[in-house]
Design a protein around this ligand. Sequence first.
Ligand code: ATP
Length: 435
Amino acid sequence: MSISLDTIVNLSKRRGFVFPSSEIYGGLRSAYDYGPLGTELLRNVKNEWWRSLVQLRPDVVGMDSAIIQSRRVWVASGHEQVFTDPLVECRNCHQRFRQDKLEDPDQCPSCGLRGQFTEPRQFNLMFRTFMGPVEAEENLVYLRPETAQGIFINYENVRRTCRLKLPFGIAQIGKSFRNEITPGQFVFRTREFEQMEMEFFCRPEESSRWFEYWVDHRRQWYLDLGMTEEHLRIRPHSEDELSHYSAATVDVEYLFPWGWDELEGIANRTDFDLRQHAEHSGVDLRYFDEQTGERFFPHVIEPAAGATRTTFAFLIDAYTEEEVNGETRVVLRLHHRLAPYKLAVLPLSKKPELVEPAAKLADALRHHWMLEFDVTQSIGRRYRRQDEIGTPYCVTFDFDSLEDHAVTVRDRDTMLQDRVSMDRLVDYLRDKLEV
Ligand code: ATP
């Protein structure tokens, strides 16, 4: 089913997934704020990535580096010199654009005039600020534009303290900042965003094999979390697209409402970063192989995904509309592990004789799963709200529950209902939810 970007933006705002940042002051196109549901969804996406890349693996560890690092990091990595996009300005309407993303390189998408663009100038995407009270060149620092360099500069700290042997990975999730020339498509491209990156260090001769391995592994992660296979593809970079450090790169792409676009880049970064940091810092970052007595720079395979962008893709992919009894039912068919609430507990009526025991049941279930307790409106409307926010199961407490100590459990996807005794409820839900 193809859906429009507006549909997702509206749902996000209406239900509390994502709000425009600084909205009461007219908004700031650079960033977005995540509401209660969006925060849960984003957190679940990050947790699933962390579980798959760190917790379930004997060969990967996690870390969390600072956002503001020494300026020398970005000199060594090449970002200060080459982390740029080509910027053009329309002489007629003075709008600015990223030249390589223009559909027609000669026509202004804003005013429509042709032949009005200035010569492209290389615009550095790093946000600049100053450390301490003096705004002088020697106090210049950057907000990190990627999390990867925080890993490279700690490579030796982590390797030594965790006694790691090749091959091994170091993973990090965190905020990154890029002063994008044209942010847009909702949270797809923002100036402040979150990344999930892993640097996998291996012997140079094994890097091609590990590259293939991580491409397959990452593709499978999206599929295991329910992403539609036909909406996902792997696109190898052509020779002229490759970054300055890369021997091979593929993009994992998703079919967004506007077409195929990048979710994640997986690159063979060779030994570029470790070599650069060794040279610029003077610290020997070569790996010592105790068996052969060799010293060498490991090569690196990097899966680099956007957490906020991936969350957005899961939201789009889950959105469905269907006809039920002549009405449109909106359902977010999110994988259970990603759904913001796993359950909703709904007393059938507002009468205290139902609300009180239902609230007690909700309190008990809260220890197991994130849930919502909702008393307002008719039961039909409450089901529709839960469908729209992707809650897999609704647990309804009705008048019969007072007698038979059972509740009705409604499945989001099939809308089928089961009567389940309350003393079996946790086991019943665990079977359903922990797949
Ligand atoms: P693009 O070509 O779209 O500007 P990139 O190829 O420079 O992106 P990478 O440096 O490979 O992106 O970053 C890894 C991932 O981080 C991207 O695949 C994307 O998911 C995410 N990402 C990068 N820039 C942004 C942004 N401005 N907003 C949201 N996510 C981003």
